[in-house]
Design a protein around this ligand. Structure first.
Ligand SMILES: [Zn+2]
Length: 133
């Protein structure tokens, strides 16, 4: 995936200035936060989850569900806000999810979610900012 395909691009030092070290590791180096480590996992208020890299709205609270995995989980994104690639790291074939606007890594999507989509977007909470309504 090339960075110049995205509407928002930043030099590496700009990413490091904008993001915390943990956010940088997840969003720019495809890291994964420790399950249960992010308070947004427990967030139940109405509102919107935005990309910590570019502020694009990614998920609405009504699209969130409790997957029991320890990561914030959603059955659907805001339309057009995320894109996917095939991730073959760690000997697994997974579908990687990133922000469609800045390309930052968010998490993975799995085909074992609830209706109506049957999808489970398993997202690193540090990649998100939450704005209550
Ligand atoms: Zn973004």
């Amino acid at each position: 995936m090339k960075d110049d395909q995205f509407a928002v691009t930043r030099a590496d030092e700009e990413w490091r200035a904008r993001l915390t070290p943990e956010q940088y590791a997840v969003m720019r180096e495809h890291g994964t936060e420790r399950p249960g480590s992010c308070a947004l996992n427990e967030e139940k208020r109405a509102g919107v989850f935005t990309c910590a890299g570019c502020d694009q709205p990614l998920f609405a609270s009504r699209q969130k569900f409790d997957s029991g995995t320890g990561w914030p989980s959603f059955f659907d994104p805001v339309e057009g806000s995320v894109a996917t690639t095939v991730d073959r790291s760690y000997g697994m074939v997974r579908t990687e999810v990133h922000c469609s606007r800045c390309g930052s890594h968010l998490g993975h999507v799995f085909p074992d979610g609830p209706p109506p989509t049957g999808l489970r977007y398993c997202i690193n909470g540090v990649a998100l900012n939450f704005f209550p309504e």
